[in-house]
Design a protein around this ligand. Structure first.
Ligand code: NI
Length: 151
């Protein structure tokens, strides 16, 4: 495993739509391993491949900030968003001075493939739903600052 450089706001790759992962090969597994190490070192709760300069639809998340569990989502697709939760968000790619309140759905359905090629379809609520939204936004070139909640 190796630490990767985290790309910051202003880098074009953070504004690009990431490419679908066509096959789970060693290159992708190494990427996921490196993303884990990079996120832990940076004390983050989520990281998307474009943030380490790779235009692929892969993200990792910590579903619970108080647990060490990390989930890897390949080609995640979010649907069935319901409810609203508002909380302050930050991002490893954005200066902390820009942290701000963001409205996110409180519940959603997420479908993804894991590193073993298994397909998952499940529901997430609360913090986990928030992090999934934040990270899947990265795959579409969206940063949380685009969604600032002004009210
Ligand atoms: Ni982020």
């Amino acid at each position: 495993m190796a630490l990767r450089n985290i790309f910051k706001e202003g880098e074009p790759i953070l504004r690009r739509k990431a490419r679908v992962v066509e096959k789970i090969d060693d290159r992708l597994l190494t990427l996921l391993d490196d993303m884990r190490e990079t996120m832990i070192k940076a004390d983050g709760v989520g990281l998307a491949a474009p943030q380490v300069g790779v235009s692929k639809r892969a993200v990792i998340i910590k579903p619970d900030p108080d647990s060490d569990e990390i989930i890897e989502l390949i080609n995640p697709v979010v649907s069935e968003k319901t409810g609203v939760q508002v909380a302050v968000e930050g991002c490893l790619s954005v200066d902390p001075s820009k942290n701000c309140k963001i409205a996110r759905p409180n519940r959603l359905k997420v479908e993804y493939t894991d590193r073993d090629g298994n397909f998952h379809s499940e529901y997430a609520v609360g913090f986990k739903a928030r992090v999934i939204c934040h990270e899947t936004d990265h795959l579409d070139g969206i940063l949380f600052i685009d969604r600032e909640y002004k009210k």
